[in-house]
Design a binder for this molecule. Structure first.
Ligand SMILES: NC(=O)c1ccc[n+]([C@@H]2O[C@H](COP(=O)([O-])OP(=O)(O)OC[C@H]3O[C@@H](n4cnc5c(N)ncnc54)[C@H](O)[C@@H]3O)[C@@H](O)[C@H]2O)c1
Length: 335
């Protein structure tokens, strides 16, 4: 299949690229490199052992999208491109709505014009907001509590409406829990610009002495050790979930297909720190700070639907995630 990856140079997109090439798909990346580096493309070439086709461009550029879909005879799009920092979205909501929501509308218009009918969207567990019960299944009420989450929720609504107007359209909405870890080669991994927002890359930078200590937000939650619990999923498991979802769209008649991609198991912040110490022999200095607004005590997925319908199964452990992230950090001496 000819597949376009928007945001394909980013963390999850680059790992998905590898898995798609492994399944012999033709893949083209479109990225504006606002949160990634072009060096990722060279690393991808080392992994897949062939040239990487890419376009430097923006999903807000309609004519570029139209040209790209037609030039590469694109049959399916996996849409990763988006801004993703919760705090930043609070300070710059218009930038987030423009990039994420208007960008997706633009992309869907281009798909419509080019008659591309398969679409996989990177959504997030943030659409659920504060959990009303655990584990969180796909029927859990939707109540995003920050602008970033609301962009994801609005896009999901747009996709549902769009699918009602276009009966050929087959859409998979993948709600990720906490993607972590890196490719087994150590050549690609999570390398955000600026100070990391996610626990694992933050921890890696502390271990590498680039940041002085890890901040733990809250140690008196109603959890066994008091720190927050999240569902960390290895980025390669997540990437494989995209491949399965895409293949599923070839056979389904259902227009909208929503799947949680998580392991179904939570780990606390303190457990992750201990696991890193055990797996890599590095201890992480940390300080406990106050709880952040909007943070929840516990969040993990019910992933039965993805397992059953997509025949997908996460296989990597927390230790695998941490070891691979550390390998990436050391191999690339990220500064
Ligand atoms: N990483 C996570 O924790 C997480 C969790 C849930 C959902 N998601 C979603 O998954 C997607 C991918 O996340 P990621 O972690 O790989 O992020 P990332 O920032 O590493 O990758 C996103 C890529 O999109 C590109 N991009 C952004 N805006 C663009 C635009 N207007 N035009 C073209 N390219 C653009 C960036 O340069 C980057 O390479 C995002 O939509 C994100 O919201 C991520």
């Amino acid at each position: 299949m000819n597949i376009l990856l928007t945001g394909g140079a980013g963390y999850i997109g680059s790992h998905t690229y590898c898995e798609l090439i492994d399944k012999n798909h033709n893949v083209i990346i479109l990225d504006n490199f606002s949160n990634s580096e072009k060096t990722v493309l060279k690393q991808l070439e080392l992994i897949v052992k062939k040239p990487v086709e890419y376009i430097e461009g923006d999903i807000l550029d309609f004519s570029l999208l139209k040209k790209t879909l037609s030039k590469y005879k694109v049959e399916a799009v996996i849409h990763f491109a988006g801004l993703k920092a919760v705090g930043e979205s609070v300070n710059e909501p218009l930038r987030y709505y423009e990039n994420n929501v208007a960008g997706t509308i633009n992309l869907l218009k281009a798909l419509d014009a080019a008659k591309v009918y398969k679409f996989v969207f990177s959504s997030s567990a943030t659409v659920y907001g504060t959990p009303e019960y655990l584990p969180i299944d796909e029927e859990h009420p939707l109540n995003a509590i920050n602008p970033y989450g609301r962009t994801k929720l609005q896009i999901e609504t747009i996709l549902k409406d769009f699918s009602c107007s276009n009966f050929d359209m087959k859409i998979a909405i993948l709600r990720y829990f906490n993607p972590s870890g890196a490719h087994h080669s150590g050549l690609i991994g999570e390398n955000p610009k600026g100070v990391p927002n996610n626990l694992v890359p933050y921890m890696m930078q502390v271990a590498n002495h680039q940041l002085p200590f890890l901040k733990i937000y809250g140690d008196n939650y109603q959890t066994p050790d008091g720190s927050g619990i999240r569902d960390y999923i290895h980025v390669t498991d997540l990437a494989l979930g995209h491949v399965k979802a895409l293949h599923f769209l070839n056979s389904t008649q259902t227009p909208i297909n929503i799947f949680n991609l998580g392991t179904g198991k939570g780990s606390s912040v303190l457990e992750v720190i201990q696991a890193f110490n055990k797996a890599c022999g590095v201890s992480i200095p940390f300080k406990v700070e106050g709880k952040r607004d909007g943070d929840v005590a516990v969040c993990y997925a019910k992933n039965e639907r993805a397992k059953k319908v997509l025949n997908w199964q996460p296989v990597f452990s927390l230790e695998d995630m941490i070891k691979s992230a550390w390998k990436f950090q050391q191999k690339n001496k990220i500064s």
